[in-house]
Design a protein around this ligand. Structure first.
Ligand code: ATP
Length: 700
């Protein structure tokens, strides 16, 4: 694969040039300049639109103007993001029969579609079907592509290109230098998109259909987050209308993480995707002021709790014992007990939401009354039925047989009333488990209760038993391995009529309820038929570093294979023992200073308990520190990261303080080692591990 740079363009592979014609790089630059002015023209066209004549009213005009403003924003030409990053030379016209001998076609691939004044494409959106071979074509399967060209940019200038002639048997396959350079480029600021370098196995996940749920298992830095975000962008392109109606959501583990990834989709032109943590979803209606012991949270997060709640809510249904007597004017209408029983039984058998049945019951009783009225020769209409449904007699019957249930109060009663819990957890929870979740001092009311996050998930489940939760079109769940079965259910009901992308790594599960197998997780999510894919190539962590971290795998996830890093960075790893524990802070500061001498972002990761001491030491040494997820700038590049917040984040250089303390910060050894595995796998270019206490045995 010959690479060409501005100064050293020696072996040209372009078709023979006419004497005096410009060299390929100049031609490509000319196409870039022409594309940029075409984009400018597209933007000016939208800006010049006068909507006064086409909008019927004020609301219409506001809506249309907002859409146009979005479009104008989307058409902005950002000088630091190349308008195109690749070119495909097809051997034949796309879609034409090869036998016709139709001439080849050329497409420039970029972040968005750009066309000229005649509507002919200058740049094709990376998500369009004709762009797909840019990511997937290979020597084995050239997909009718004769040449794939990648472009290299320096400070927004097109400075290099690299060609692959996929159908040329004489050309040997090589790893792309531009691809490697893009992967090695220092990270400053928030996460960026990978449109120019999506790999074939990643692309298969990105472009998999909207209908199915995909689950991706992948070690640290294999691009799960990147793939999930690009899949959303792809789905929005391929199913724009449907997803605009139903909505999309990206779920991440915490605010810092969401902040870190929030720029990726807008950079791809997608501004409408919502982001949330699972906690955000379930605390919309509950104020969380309490916490749980791990043992209680594990039981509360167990899927058996869903059945306990289902039984508890249905226990409010009582078979009718009294007939209903409705008085209208001078007449009395009676619905006998057996008929009421039939209605209640039928509603129970239909298994509709508790609240829906509660609303249907008065209408059903009123309908019986109306039938009797008709039999007696009256001609009542809908208004009469509604009036009957609202009579005190009918209301009293509904209250007796199918009373309204408040979800929070239902959970409150389960957690405070040992008999109520025992009755509905019979055969599901052991006595010990019931004791574990019962409040020792029950609160007076749902309002005054100190709900925990696990309680909020239970209330969310109870709310769904009362009234169906609104479902979105597509949900991406990142770091999914940390969700409890009940949390999976909470997410699952938010995409019950849509699909999901589930991303995670079983080896990075650090919650007491973390996922043991994707099959189980997908079952709880309600997507048991999802496809499980595996990503094994690592794009973040250098080979030496991942090899060191992978020593932990036999202890934390015995079935998983180590990540195969695509990054060679010799000398990227150092483990330093500090003999005197009192000298550890100073050694850490020195390692930070050493790392700051390089370009890029620095993360100092330490056990949560060590953070205050390190923050003070850094401040005393005059370092300005960022918090995780906060944007790195050229002036402040050092982030102090508590180990509990490191998940999903990355830094060019990582300094890891005292691994043993990171392990000891967790309730058990396996969780501690998993936390350490996360901390060890955040580095893009270099890792320095400092310790005075002995290293954990699994690592030593
Ligand atoms: N095809 C690619 N080309 C260039 N960079 C890539 C590619 N795939 C992933 N990366 C980069 O590798 C890094 C790790 O990606 P990402 O955060 O998505 O991995 P992850 O699997 O979610 O990691 P973790 O398990 O640690 O959360 C990111 O900087 C991402 O941009």
């Amino acid at each position: 694969m010959p690479a060409h740079e501005a100064e050293s363009d020696t072996t040209t592979t372009e078709p023979p040039d006419l004497p005096g014609s410009p060299d390929p790089l100049t031609r490509e630059r000319a196409h870039l300049a022409a594309s940029r002015s075409a984009l400018r023209a597209m933007r000016e066209d939208v800006q010049a639109l006068d909507i006064r004549d086409v909008t019927a009213n004020w609301v219409n005009s506001v809506v249309l103007q907002a859409q146009m403003d979005d479009r104008i924003k989307a058409l902005a030409d950002l000088s630091h993001t190349p308008l195109f990053f690749g070119r495909l030379d097809y051997l034949h016209r796309v879609g034409a029969d090869e036998a016709e001998g139709a001439e080849g076609e050329q497409f420039y691939i970029g972040r968005r579609h750009v066309h000229d004044a005649h509507g002919d494409p200058m740049v094709i959106d990376w998500r369009a079907p004709v762009s797909q071979p840019f990511y997937r074509a290979s020597r084995k399967d050239p997909q009718d592509v004769g040449r794939r060209r990648r472009f290299g940019y320096t400070s927004g200038e097109l400075t290099a290109y690299e060609d692959e002639h996929l159908t040329d048997p004489a050309e040997a396959a090589q790893t792309s230098k531009l691809l490697q350079a893009e992967i090695e480029r220092p990270r400053v600021g928030p996460m960026r998109d990978i449109v120019a370098t999506i790999q074939p196995e990643q692309d298969e996940i990105v472009r998999s259909g909207l209908g199915g749920t995909v689950c991706v298992q992948g070690g640290p830095g294999t691009g799960k987050t990147a793939v999930g975000l690009h899949r959303v962008a792809y789905l929005l392109y391929a199913h724009r209308d449907r997803l605009a109606r139903t909505g999309t959501l990206v779920i991440g583990p915490n605010r810092s993480f969401l902040h870190y990834i929030e720029q990726v989709l807008p950079a791809l032109g997608e501004l409408e995707v919502k982001q949330a943590t699972v906690d955000d979803l379930v605390t919309a209606h509950v104020e969380v002021r309490g916490t749980d012991e791990a043992a209680a949270a594990v039981v509360k997060g167990d899927a058996r709790m869903a059945e306990v709640l289902r039984r508890a809510i249905r226990s409010h249904v009582t078979p009718p014992t009294e007939p209903v007597m409705v008085v209208r004017g001078s007449r009395r209408w009676r619905v006998p007990v057996y008929e009421l029983e039939e209605i209640v039984d039928e509603l129970l058998a239909r298994d509709i939401r508790y609240g829906a049945a509660h609303e249907a019951l008065p209408q059903r009783i009123a309908h019986c009354v109306l039938t009797r009225m008709e039999e007696a020769g009256e001609a009542p209409d809908d208004r009469v039925q509604n009036a009957v449904a609202r009579t005190p007699a009918v209301k009293a019957a509904v209250k007796a047989s199918w009373p309204a249930v408040d979800p929070a109060r239902l959970v409150l009663r389960l957690l405070s009333d040992p008999e109520f819990l025992a009755a509905h957890a019979d055969g599901l929870l052991t006595e010990d488990e019931r004791k574990t979740i019962l409040w020792s001092r029950p609160p007076r009311s749902a309002k005054s209760a100190k709900w925990s996050l696990a309680d909020a998930v239970l209330i969310d489940e109870a709310r769904d038993l009362v009234a169906r939760t609104h479902s979105l079109g597509h949900v991406v769940i990142d770091e999914a391995q940390d969700l409890s079965p009940m949390q999976y259910r909470a997410v699952g009901r938010r995409c019950s009529t849509g699909s999901a992308t589930v991303l995670g790594d079983l080896a990075q599960g650090t919650t007491p309820w973390s996922t043991e197998s994707w099959e189980q997780a997908l079952f709880h999510l309600g997507k048991a038929d999802a496809l499980v894919e595996e990503l094994t190539a690592g794009f973040r962590v250098p080979r030496e570093v991942i090899a060191y971290a992978s020593r932990l795998l036999p202890s934390i996830a015995p079935g998983l294979a180590p990540v195969e890093s695509v990054r060679e960075s010799p000398g990227s790893m150092a483990v330093r023992e500090v003999a005197d524990p009192a000298g550890l802070d100073a050694a850490v500061l020195a390692a930070c200073a050493e790392s700051l001498a390089h370009e890029g972002s620095i993360g100092l990761i330490a056990a949560d308990a060590r953070i205050p001491a390190l923050a003070a030491a850094l401040e005393a040494a005059g370092h300005v520190c960022l918090s995780p997820g906060e944007e790195t700038t050229a002036e402040s590049r050092l982030t102090l990261v508590p180990a509990s917040l490191a998940k999903g984040l990355e830094y060019d250089y990582v300094v890891l303080d005292d691994p043993a303390a990171v392990v000891d910060g967790e309730p058990d050894e396996r969780t501690g080692l998993r936390r350490l595995y996360v901390a060890l796998t955040r580095a893009v270019s270099g890792l320095i591990v400092l310790h005075s206490a002995p290293l954990p045995e699994a690592l030593a």
